[in-house]
Design a binder for this molecule. Structure first.
Ligand code: NOJ
Length: 547
């Protein structure tokens, strides 16, 4: 058995539950989730058996991009509550033995942030504009954007402003929506402001930060044109030589942050959101003097394919092992199509707009269970996204009038965007809002009318539910030393399967193929009911005790 207090630092093998506050639980009855809602439901999170929660941005924000457009880094969005509610939540989480990670959006602010408003008012060549990336345009009247960079949400990454006299003036850079102007990280004032923001929250007791869009923070000197065709949308991971993504200077910023957080001890941590070109590039973000951990997007985006998964797992371990950084693994987030839906599609394709792909949710649910056991059996940390423990599918038929994601709005409706994985959680009852809000409340995104069987209350009652399966798997992972600390050794396996040993005695076999496969050892946990203890059916994972 693992002695909890001896496990240091906790973030090396934690299971972390991601909370999207707007959609978790609504205590004040306005149809949007809030911090009191989270605090009230912490016993539920604790019962899941996770070590920590990560809360996506909770700051004041115009909500153009779900809160990733921050207008005040030292306060709480009014519909989520107050700073006092945040302090109460941090304390309550700690009281339940849960760590708490918050989001740090440092590449950009909201265009409503006082700094950006001041930059607009102050005009060219001002210290206020130097906090952002303002440039003059080209052509006789300055009407050509300063370079060809494109934004992640489509269209040019530059927007032209009106100067105080009402004439078209300079352009500013936004890697994401125009309402998210990029900060200039070459500016000392920006650096010291974010140091102060980190301290503000560390002093209030948060245990870590999930850092948004890390590879965007540094830009190549001179802002040269990018070498991509103008019609392509943002596809950072595919670019090897990109002047606005994964530029070396970003690591200098990260080293500064690591020095700062170490002042608070080895138990506080960073996790980087860094979609980069392969594990070798990712490893650079988690060198011993940089961030502690990073998400693993290759794994998130993997198909249901043994060969591909093996390459990704192996490549990750090979890249991170030598520098001593623990890997992390996750299947879903507020940005991805829910994996139960993805895994129900041929080839488990991702993306929120699978043109014409038929989806088999029964198959998706079966694979989701198998994928959970694979994920929890890998060395390092694991991130779960709220609702996956209920087996929620992507909501693919939200009426277009309710869609809010800038991906939808900026693609002029061509891409539906990410709202389908952000629908409020169903807690209890037979009809919307399923206990998310008080009965009769209209929730900010509508919930499907057929989610009664997916509520927490319904699944508590069903020993074979996804929720009960998650609890059992997480509890076992916590209990079994091999699953927390043991090395991974690959074992021979038939085509279409993965098999590995963790530590001394725990073997994990995943069957991603079409044939039943033979297994040996005592079953610890299986993602399906086994009729024959010696054979594992397709789309299933088993943990075996096999000394
Ligand atoms: C990544 C966040 O997860 C996503 O939701 C957001 O749109 C972008 N970064 C921009 O902040």
């Amino acid at each position: 058995m693992t002695n909890q207090s001896a496990r240091t630092p906790w973030w090396r093998d934690a299971v972390i539950y991601q909370i999207y506050p707007r959609s978790f639980a609504d205590a004040d009855g306005d149809g949007e989730g809030d911090l009191r809602g989270i605090t009230d439901r912490l016993p539920y999170v604790k019962d899941l058996g996770v070590d920590a929660i990560w809360i996506t941005p909770w700051y004041p924000s115009p909500m153009v991009d779900g809160g990733y457009d921050v207008s005040d880094y030292r306060d709480i969005h009014p519909s989520f509550g107050s700073l006092a509610d945040a302090t109460a939540l941090i304390e309550a989480a700690h009281g339940h033995g849960l760590r708490i990670i918050i989001d740090l959006v440092a590449n950009h602010t909201s265009d409503q942030h006082p700094w950006f408003r001041a930059a607009l008012a102050a005009g060219r060549d001002s210290p206020e504009r130097r906090r952002y990336v303002f440039r003059d345009g080209g052509g006789p009247d300055g009407s050509i954007p300063p370079n060809n960079w494109r934004s992640a949400f489509g269209e040019a990454a530059w927007t032209r402003v009106l100067e105080a006299d009402g004439t078209p003036g300079q352009w500013y850079l936004h890697t994401f929506a125009p309402e998210q102007p990029d900060l200039n990280w070459e500016n000392d004032e920006v650096r010291s402001e974010f140091d102060a923001i980190l301290r503000f929250w560390l002093d209030r007791g948060v245990d870590g930060f999930r850092v948004d869009a890390v590879p965007a923070m540094a830009k190549r000197a001179g802002l040269p044109d990018a070498d991509y065709d103008d019609n392509s949308l943002f596809a950072a991971a595919e670019w090897t030589d990109n002047p606005h993504w994964d530029v070396d200077e970003v690591h200098d910023i990260l080293r500064g942050w690591r020095r700062l957080i170490e002042e608070y001890g080895a138990e506080r941590m960073f996790v980087a959101e860094a979609v980069v070109n392969g594990p070798g590039r990712l490893a650079r973000y988690v060198r011993p003097d940089e961030l502690h951990t990073a998400f693993n997007f290759e794994y998130v985006h993997a198909r249901w394919d043994a060969g591909q998964l093996l390459r990704i797992i192996d490549g990750t371990l090979a890249a991170l092992g030598p520098i001593g950084a623990p890997p992390t693994w996750s299947l879903s987030s507020h940005d991805e199509t829910r994996h139960l839906t993805r895994f129900g599609r041929p080839q488990a394709i991702g993306g929120h707009d699978p043109e014409g792909a038929a989806t088999d949710l029964v198959l998706g649910a079966r694979r989701a269970r198998a994928a959970l056991l694979l994920t929890l059996a890998l060395p390092g940390g694991a991130y779960l996204y709220q609702g996956e423990e209920l087996g929620l599918p992507e909501v693919e038929d939200l009426p277009v009038e309710v869609l809010q994601d800038p991906v939808f709005l900026r693609s002029r409706g061509e891409r539906r965007g990410r709202d389908g994985c952000r629908v409020p959680l169903p807690w209890e009852g037979g009809a919307p809002p399923y206990g998310f809000s008080a009965a009769g409340t209209t929730t900010w995104l509508p919930q499907p009318v057929d989610w009664a069987a997916l509520t927490v209350a319904a699944q508590e009652r069903d020993p074979r539910s996804m929720l009960r399966f998650y609890r059992e798997a997480i509890a076992l992972r916590r209990k079994l030393d091999d699953l927390r600390g043991g090395d991974l050794t690959w074992l021979p396996s038939p085509d279409g399967a993965l098999a590995f040993r963790r530590g001394q005695e725990l073997v994990c076999v995943v069957n991603l193929g079409d044939e039943w496969i033979g297994i040996e050892g005592d079953v610890v946990l299986c993602s399906v009911r086994l009729d024959d203890a010696r054979r594992l059916p397709p789309d299933a994972t088993v943990w075996l005790h096999s000394p």
